[in-house]
Design a protein around this ligand. Structure first.
Ligand SMILES: [Mg+2]
Length: 276
């Protein structure tokens, strides 16, 4: 919608000094394509991702938005599509797993061909990583359908350089086999197919599939969401969870706890309008 001038910070979504942001009015009467990241956005980040439970209130808000005919909801995550579908548990929304390499739900299906091609190498690298980190306390390999993650949030500070060393050695071994690329996130290193596809490409693909003109609203907290902020912020509303200067998003939330307030605002902006 608005592109931030270079060097300026994102604006607080709810406005400052009691002034309400103009954004909610931009949502009025529009069909909305709402994109949300999961970990750190819909749920608080936990040391053990299995403990990230979607709050009932958040689920109800998402469900109600998804059931309205003005909002198309997509959850785009680095988790596998099976994991993210189970973690959110709403049938009427669309899901993107493995950072958007796989898309499924709401009549949409997509698998990136490069992801299929790189799968044998990803699987082999995942098995090797598992063997090599077996004796490192707190390190955890998450083997997904098309990507593999090495989480080190629970690893002792002193052991982190060793964990990274192991990861990059395995990455070097398989880099040309996929080919594969390395992606960095919050306390996580990932091996992904080396394709020019990311959460931004996935969001644009979904937008093209939606038949009506929709205003895109994208909310995320991690470096992988930056691709989507860059892809969408000329035509939509981009919101970073947490106040960070180094984000391409135009707006920010103070923290994950504000997500329900934001979803309620989107819901209320629908208010008495019918689908256009
Ligand atoms: Mg996240």
């Amino acid at each position: 919608m608005t592109i931030r001038e270079k060097g300026t910070s994102p604006a607080y979504f709810f406005g400052t000094n009691g002034h309400i942001s103009r954004i909610p009015s931009a949502l009025m009467g529009r069909k909305i394509a709402l994109f949300l990241d999961f970990d750190g956005t819909l749920v608080r980040i936990q040391k053990n991702p299995a403990r990230c439970i979607l709050a009932d209130e958040t689920r109800e808000l998402l469900q109600s938005l998804a059931n309205s005919n003005r909002c198309h909801v997509t959850v785009l995550s680095g988790r596998s599509i099976t994991d993210i579908k189970a973690s959110v548990g709403i049938r009427t929304i669309c899901y993107g797993g493995d950072h958007g390499l796989a898309i499924s739900g709401k009549g949409m299906t997509y698998i990136h061909p490069g992801a299929l091609a790189a799968k044998p190498a990803i699987d082999k690298a995942g098995r090797m990583l598992n063997r090599k980190i077996a004796d490192i306390e707190g390190a955890r390999v998450e083997r997904k359908k098309f990507t593999v993650s090495l989480h080190y949030r629970s690893v002792n500070k002193e052991a982190v350089p060793h964990v990274k060393e192991v990861f990059f050695a395995v990455a070097a071994e398989f880099r040309n086999e996929g080919p594969l690329a390395v992606m960095k996130g919050k306390k996580v290193l990932e091996l992904v197919p080396d394709v020019s596809w990311n959460k931004g490409s996935a969001a644009l693909w979904i937008l093209r599939k939606l038949k009506s003109e929709s205003l895109s609203v994208y909310i995320g907290d991690d470096v992988t969401d930056e691709f989507a902020f860059q892809a969408l912020n000329t035509e939509g509303i981009t919101i970073h969870v947490g106040n960070a200067k180094r984000t391409s998003a135009d707006y920010y939330l103070k923290g994950q706890w504000e997500i329900t307030r934001l979803l309620r605002q989107v819901q209320q902006a629908g208010g008495d309008i019918s689908c256009r």
